[in-house]
Design a protein around this ligand. Structure first.
Ligand SMILES: [Zn+2]
Length: 410
C-alpha cells in the first residue's frame, strides 16, 4: 500500500510548474477526482481567474472532442460551462474553464438544508434548457448529478447554475446497449437493465437531482446496483414485461418460475454482490435508510415534507414524467419546459429568489429536515472557506444555518 501510494505520488505532476510555464499562477486546488485535478488559477496575461482541469492526455482528448461539439451552443443561454482553451504538457492535458462558485451537493451539505420548491423549480428549469441544448447537438452528458451542477455566483446571481464536466459525455449514436453510464444513484433503469439508450438517461438523472434538492438526501440511498433496482421497483413498481424480457441484465435482478416461462418476473430479494460482503452476508433483509423508508411512490415525496407553495402537485407530476421507467414514455426537455411546474409561477428571469429575507413566507422550511439531517462535517477546504467568509462578516456558520432554517438564502 505504502509503495503504491509512493508510486502514485511519483506520477503526480508538478501542477504549479505546469501552470507557471503556460502563463498561469496557481491560487488553490478546487477538487480531485478519478479524472485528475482542478485548480483555481489566474491568467498572467489577462488577469482573469479561471479553473484549470488537468487530466491524462487520452481522457482529456475525449473531453475536448466533446466540448468542441458544443462550440456552436451559446454557453450562457444553454447554461453550460464555458470552455476557453486547452494545452498539453508532460503527458497531461489541461483544460481552461470559466471559474464558477460551488456545486449543488456542496451547497446542500454546507448550508445543511434542502431547497424550497421555488428554488428547485429555478434550477430544474435551467437544467432542462441545458438538456434541450445538448439534445440539439445529439450529445448525452451521462453524468448528471448535484456535483456536476454548479452555482455561478451564489451571492450575486442566486441559484443561477451551469452544467459542468463533459468528461463522460457521449454522442447519442455511440450509446450502445449494455454499456455502463452514470453514477449508481443517478442511473436510469434502461442502463441498469441493459436496454437501448439515448438522451433520456440524462432526464432520469435530472429527476433524481430535483428529488435530492427537495429532500436534501439522495432519492435512492442504494449501495449497489441490485439495491438500486429494488429501490426503483419500490417507488415505480415492476418495470413493464416488455422491458424485462429484452433487458440484457434482467436476470441479474429478476427471476421467473423456470417451470412456467409465461409467469411474471419477480425481483430477487437478496443481493450477494461484493459490497454486501463480508461484513454482512447479504444486503437483506432490506434496509431502507433515512427518509426513503417513508416513500412508497414518488408522490409521497411532498407528503413527507409538507409545503404550502401550492406547487407540490405540479412538482410530483413533472417528477413522475421525468422518471418514467420506460424511456420511450419519459418526457423530453422541450415538453418538460412547458410543464406547469416550470411554466407557471415563475418569472422569466433566473433570479426569482427574493433577496429580501422577510418576503419568504411562501417558502416554509421542511420540518422533518432538522432531526433527519446529519451533522455538518467541516472537512472540505470549500467548507472552511465558507466558514471563514461568514466569520469575516461577524457571523458563524451556525448563525447562518439558523437564519437559513427560517428563510431561503438571499
Ligand atoms: Zn449488492
Amino acid at each position: 500500500m505504502g509503495l503504491q501510494r509512493r508510486k502514485h505520488r511519483e506520477r503526480e505532476p508538478n501542477y504549479k510548474l505546469i501552470y507557471t510555464l503556460n502563463g498561469y499562477s496557481l491560487v488553490n486546488p478546487l477538487g480531485t477526482g478519478a479524472f485528475g485535478k482542478v485548480h483555481k488559477c489566474v491568467s498572467v496575461e489577462t488577469k482573469q481567474t479561471v479553473a484549470l482541469k488537468s487530466v491524462k492526455r487520452w481522457t482529456g482528448e475525449k473531453e475536448v472532442a466533446m466540448l468542441e461539439k458544443l462550440r456552436t451552443l451559446d454557453k450562457d443561454t444553454a447554461n453550460l460551462i464555458k470552455f476557453n482553451r486547452h494545452f498539453e504538457f508532460a503527458g497531461f492535458l489541461t483544460l481552461e474553464f470559466e471559474m464558477l462558485d460551488m456545486d449543488l451537493h456542496q451547497f446542500v451539505k454546507c448550508f445543511s438544508r434542502p431547497l424550497q420548491l421555488c428554488e428547485v423549480q429555478v434550477i430544474v428549469q435551467q437544467m432542462l434548457v441545458a438538456l434541450s441544448a445538448l439534445k440539439s447537438v445529439r450529445v448525452v452528458h451521462t453524468d448528471i448529478k448535484p456535483d456536476n451542477i454548479m452555482l455561478i455566483n451564489h451571492e450575486q446571481l442566486p441559484f443561477k447554475v451551469k452544467l459542468i464536466d463533459f468528461g463522460l459525455a457521449h454522442s447519442t449514436s455511440d450509446m450502445s446497449i449494455g454499456s455502463k453510464h452514470q453514477a449508481t444513484l443517478y442511473r436510469a433503469p434502461e442502463v441498469l437493465l441493459g436496454l437501448p439508450l439515448h438522451e433520456g438517461v440524462d432526464m432520469w438523472s435530472l429527476g433524481c437531482v430535483a428529488a435530492f434538492l427537495y429532500l436534501g438526501k439522495h432519492l435512492y440511498p442504494s449501495r449497489c446496483e441490485h439495491e438500486r433496482v429494488r429501490d426503483t421497483v419500490q417507488l415505480h413498481g415492476l418495470p413493464g414485461e416488455h422491458l424485462l424480457n429484452s433487458g440484457v441484465y434482467t436476470k441479474q435482478y429478476f427471476k421467473k418460475d423456470e417451470e412456467f416461462p409465461s409467469s411474471s418476473w419477480r425481483i430477487n430479494e437478496t443481493c450477494r454482490c461484493p459490497k454486501g460482503l463480508p461484513k454482512r452476508r447479504t444486503h437483506g433483509p432490506y434496509q431502507r435508510k433515512f427518509i426513503f423508508h417513508r416513500l412508497s411512490s414518488l408522490d409521497d415525496i411532498v407528503k413527507t415534507f409538507p409545503e404550502t407553495s401550492g406547487n407540490e402537485e405540479a412538482f410530483v407530476s413533472l417528477l413522475n414524467e421525468m422518471m418514467a421507467v420506460d424511456a420511450s414514455e419519459r418526457i423530453t426537455p422541450g415538453k418538460a419546459l412547458m410543464h406547469p411546474f416550470i411554466s407557471t409561477g415563475q418569472s422569466s428571469s433566473v433570479s426569482p429568489i427574493s433577496t429580501d429575507r422577510s418576503s419568504s413566507s411562501s417558502c416554509l422550511i421542511k420540518q422533518d429536515w432538522d432531526h433527519e439531517k446529519e451533522p455538518v462535517k467541516a472537512k472540505t477546504p470549500l467548507f472552511k472557506r465558507i466558514c471563514r467568509f461568514f466569520r469575516s462578516r461577524g457571523q458563524t456558520i451556525s448563525n447562518q444555518l439558523l437564519l437559513n432554517r427560517k428563510t431561503p438564502i438571499a
